[in-house]
Ligand binder design. Structure first.
Ligand code: ADP
Ligand code: 5GP
Length: 187
């Protein structure tokens, strides 16, 4: 059976850290590269973290029904999962890993049912989340505030996910994530 794993978490919870670890240690996984209208960060590359599109190109893909799901995650910034990504990864025999916001996560889970495992990664507290975001230094002040505001909303969705992992001590969270994912893909 073709399977998918959905990771959602408020920005700064450690989703990228956990997902990258899983991709490194579990070769059966393949990352679904989303499209976004956000500008690349300093160490991001088009076609690696995201397909960076302008508004027009993104809207054309929406009109052509090329997205499995898409959301305006932050005001004026669009993100979306391309159907072609899922097909590409399944054709390679991979279990697809999504890093999406809570609405995207709910949407994908609804479409794939038992073939999907949804995982919510939670920071130990909102204060620690703020600290991590500030330390990461990738966002200017207003974007940081936008992410913290959104985080409060996103935390309300955790009980809608199949599994919740608390990312306090990183090594513990990585081990837990690895175990949960392996059980799902090998069962
Ligand atoms: P996200 O993808 O959810 O926005 P990141 O993976 O970029 O989050 O993590 C945000 C920041 O927090 C990064 O600088 C990362 O190195 C750090 N981080 C992640 N997990 C932990 C942890 N358990 N303890 C301390 N710092 C962490
Ligand atoms: P960032 O800008 O920090 O890379 O991501 C911001 C948020 O957008 C994160 O919550 C991330 O999970 C979400 N996101 C990334 N790609 C997609 C996508 O394809 N669809 C949806 N719905 N959300 C996404």
């Amino acid at each position: 059976m073709n399977k998918v794993i959905i990771f959602s978490a408020p920005s700064g919870s450690g989703k990228t850290t956990v997902v990258n670890h899983l991709l490194n240690v579990i070769p059966e996984l393949g990352f679904s590269i989303s499209a976004t209208t956000r500008k690349p960060r300093i160490n991001e590359e088009n076609g690696r973290e995201y397909y960076f599109l302008d508004e027009n190109d993104f809207n054309t893909k929406v009109a052509n029904n090329e997205f499995l799901e898409h959301e305006e995650v932050y005001k004026g910034i669009q993100y979306g999962t391309l159907k072609s990504e899922v097909e590409r990864l399944w054709s390679l025999g991979k279990t697809v890993v999504f890093d999406v916001d809570v609405l995207g996560g709910m949407n994908i889970k609804k479409q794939y049912g038992d073939a999907a495992l949804s995982v919510f990664l939670r920071p130990p507290s909102i204060e620690i989340l703020m600290e991590r975001l500030k330390k990461r230094s990738t966002e200017v002040e207003h974007q940081l505030n936008m992410r913290i505001e959104k985080a409060q909303e996103e935390l309300k969705y955790e009980n809608k996910y199949d599994v919740v992992i608390i990312n306090d001590h990183l090594n513990l969270a990585l081990t837990e994530a690895e175990m949960i994912v392996k059980i799902f893909i090998y069962s």
